[in-house]
Design a protein around this ligand. Structure first.
Ligand code: HDE
Length: 701
């Protein structure tokens, strides 16, 4: 892990500052007239009717009436951050892209993470794919890498996108359910579209429940092209790998969080940047030589397939650091306009029919959402390099063009602005031929092999979670016919999987496998292969009321801080609590304003009076029990151990000095060596979850 980078004053920061409006001392109208009073409208007498001439009231209300723009038709809910990208070494061998040449250059970026299905006000933690969009403000123009946290997609051809999205979104008659695929129309569609099988396996997996934006992978999904200065091209797949590793929520936790803290992910992103824990992602590429295009048993233009990392390794090429929160959500996160068609010399498209449709759709979407072709002039969308052309006017043109010449060719301004054959973007001169037909290539025809690969690669807990998710999701399909079709479909993936899902749905299990499981796996697709063990950025709840032992709290808190973890005292009331030694400690949250689902681990310090009180509080007992059920690390010292013993969590009775407990319960009754307890607790937090004790009803064979 690198040293913590200092926030950079990038060119992008300067370009935004240029547009920032002075907050000023005096309130004025938009015309600059100083306002006398903004709390009372102009009336004929104190109790009389309002007057038509109240220009301040009219301007204030009519501006307010227009404060919303259409939300994104998908990916409406999101959170953004500024940062920079830096390449490790020149990539000239593969690409001439300006920002991939010099390791000394920091290219400003703006990133927007998003949920796909829900509307702008929906909850963060729901089961969903996450968007992972990065705008690189390079010196050769803006480059947008608009990806997801899942490496494949539901469909192979862009023309089916409105259908899949209609099926995902709330049903048209009653607008139910919000931000969920667990409903009849989604599963009806999926049961009829075999190409969606691989993606649906990912959607049912833990990948669809990220613990935070900074702990999820990102994928460009499509195959793109790199082109070098000699004009040689290769194919490329993009990968973002989070430095903190990949971690997820458990489904029950995610559902509770949707009510307790619907902003869980955006809050985490915001707060970690504010305290200087900058999210970092390594950019990696899989390079495929042009001549190897046909050498796989799938088509690299088919976005329902990934290229297993075991076949083509991911080469790390640089790092992105997110080090600055937006100044204004609307101006930046809401108005940022990503377009896969925003490309720079050195990078090019492939013929993936899903990508090709996106090259039209995003630009079209931005014109609709942002209301004008001039959306590129908005501060967040402007390139940092100079840009000149003869485009004119239009709704809300903010530029005051000074040239009297707005056509090309011209002689009146020396033929400028002029295109440049040397420096201009040239499309890779790929040779193409064919008949005009609405047909899918036969090389796109196999839909199950990689779904099986994914299933085979998951760890046992990941498989159990997937089966449980299928029970929930397909269980809400309501139609037994659709459920039976889904079980039949899963039988193409794996026979045991189909049987397990059938049991939960109460439908007939298939009697035999359709084809034998090919037995191949790709360890890299299991998120357990990226489960970096670190307590950095974790949040620990310390449960305490009056009479708590202050030395124990301080020792554990100190160790957590040293490990880069946060800790918060959760108590009965806000304000302060008094320790057994009479010291006052500030309370961070109460059992009403916090819940165990907002934390990664729980610590129960001793102090006879504190533990006695907590033992009588249902909220406190629920807090511990829930953290236990969600397989989180729990530590207790001194009298805290007695409370754990009383709770007898699923038969686990903590002993006096159970420091190496592989169940993630760390207890030390005599609290003689707090340093050692803290060390073991920090290690347990770094492990994230202790699946062996989760109450999972599913037994995998
Ligand atoms: Fe998108 N997608 N998409 N998508 N998508 C949009 O653009 C679309 C697809 C993705 O943070 C829209 O500005 C089509 C794949 C992200 O602002 C829209 C197809 C992947 C975001 C659109 C796809 C994505 C969007 C809605 C089928 C992963 C959020 C608002 C060909 C590689 C961007 C907007 C942000 C947003 C169209 C499929 C990722 C309607 C037609 C595959 C991360 O233009």
């Amino acid at each position: 892990m690198s040293e913590k980078p200092q926030p950079q004053k990038t060119q992008k920061t300067e370009s935004l500052e240029h547009f920032q409006v002075d907050t000023g001392e005096q309130m004025t109208t938009n015309q600059g007239v100083v306002v006398e009073n903004t709390d009372n409208s102009l009336k004929a007498g104190e109790r009389g009717p309002s007057l038509r001439e109240d220009f301040h009231l009219q301007e204030k209300l009519s501006h307010f009436d227009r404060e919303r723009i259409p939300e994104r038709v998908v990916h409406a809910r999101g959170a953004g951050a500024h940062g920079y990208f830096q390449v490790y070494e020149s990539l000239a061998k593969y690409s001439k892209a300006d920002f991939l040449q010099d390791p000394a250059v920091q290219t400003p970026v703006f990133v927007r993470f998003s949920n796909v299905g829900g509307s702008r006000g929906s909850a963060d933690s729901v089961r969903d794919v996450r968007g992972f969009s990065v705008k690189f403000y390079t010196e050769a123009g803006n480059y947008d890498l608009v990806g997801n946290n899942i490496p494949v997609f539901f469909i192979q051809d862009a023309i089916k996108f409105p259908d899949i999205v209609h099926a995902i979104k709330p049903e048209p008659h009653h607008d139910i359910p919000q931000a969920s695929t667990a409903h009849p129309s989604f599963w009806d569609f999926i049961s009829l579209v075999p190409e969606s099988t691989h993606m649906v396996m990912w959607l049912l997996s833990d990948r669809a429940l990220p613990r935070s934006f900074s702990r999820m992978q990102g994928f460009g999904v499509h195959t793109y092209r790199f082109v070098n200065a000699e004009g040689k091209s290769c194919f490329v797949k993009f990968h973002w790998k989070p430095v903190l590793g990949v971690h997820s929520l458990v489904f029950d936790e995610a559902q509770t969080l949707a009510g307790k803290d619907p902003d869980f992910h955006r809050r985490d992103l915001w707060e970690s940047i504010e305290r200087g824990d900058y999210p970092e992602f390594e950019l990696g590429v899989q390079i495929i030589a042009e001549e190897d295009e046909q050498s796989f048993d799938f088509d690299i233009l088919d976005s329902t397939k990934l290229i297993p990392e075991e076949l083509v390794p991911v080469q790390p090429i640089g790092k992105m650091v997110l080090n600055r929160n937006p100044t204004n959500f609307f101006a930046e996160t809401e108005q940022v306009a990503f377009q896969p068609s925003n490309i720079v010399p050195g990078i090019d498209f492939s013929d993936d029919p899903l990508l090709q449709g996106r090259l039209f759709s995003y630009h079209d979407t931005q014109q609709h959402r942002l209301g004008s072709p001039n959306f590129a002039n908005l501060p967040i969308n402007r390139p940092v390099c100079p840009f000149h052309n003869n485009q004119q006017d239009g709704v809300m043109q903010m530029e005051v063009k000074t040239s009297q010449v707005n056509y090309f060719p011209n002689s009146r301004s020396d033929g400028k602005p002029a295109p440049s054959e040397q420096e201009g973007y040239t499309h890779y001169p790929e040779r193409v031929e064919g008949h005009k037909i609405r047909k899918r290539s036969p090389s796109f025809g196999e839909h199950f092999s990689q779904a099986t690969l994914f299933w085979n690669s998951l760890s046992t807990p990941e498989k159990a979670h997937l089966v449980e998710a299928a029970h929930f999701e397909i269980g809400k399909a309501e139609d037994p016919g659709v459920q039976a079709k889904m079980v039949d479909r899963l039988n193409y993936v794996d026979h045991e999987l189909a049987k397990l899902v059938a049991t939960g749905l109460g439908v007939a299990a298939p009697t035999a496998a359709v084809t034998p499981n090919h037995g191949q796996s790709s360890p890299a697709v299991s998120q357990s292969s990226f489960a970096v063990k670190t307590a950095k950025g974790r949040n620990v709840a310390i449960l305490a009321v009056d009479g708590v032992n202050v030395d124990q709290i301080m020792a554990i808190k100190q160790a957590l801080t040293a490990a880069g973890a946060q800790s918060q005292i959760v108590s009965k009331f806000m304000g302060t609590i008094k320790s057994s030694e009479g010291r006052e400690l500030a309370v961070d949250k109460t059992f009403l304003t916090a819940a165990s689902v907002m934390f990664d681990a729980v610590y129960l310090p001793g102090g006879a009076q504190s533990i006695e009180t907590l033992a009588m509080m249902g909220d406190a007992l629920h807090f511990i029990d829930e953290a236990f059920r969600h397989s989180k690390a729990i530590a207790a010292t001194g009298e805290g151990v007695e409370l754990l013993e009383k709770l007898s969590l699923q038969g686990i009775t903590p002993s006096n000095a159970s420091l190496q407990d592989d169940q993630g319960i760390i207890s030390a009754k005599n609290a003689a060596n707090l340093g050692q307890v803290a060390k073991v607790f920090v290690n347990a937090i770094a492990q994230h979850r202790f699946w062996m004790r989760s109450r999972k009803p599913i037994v995998l064979t």
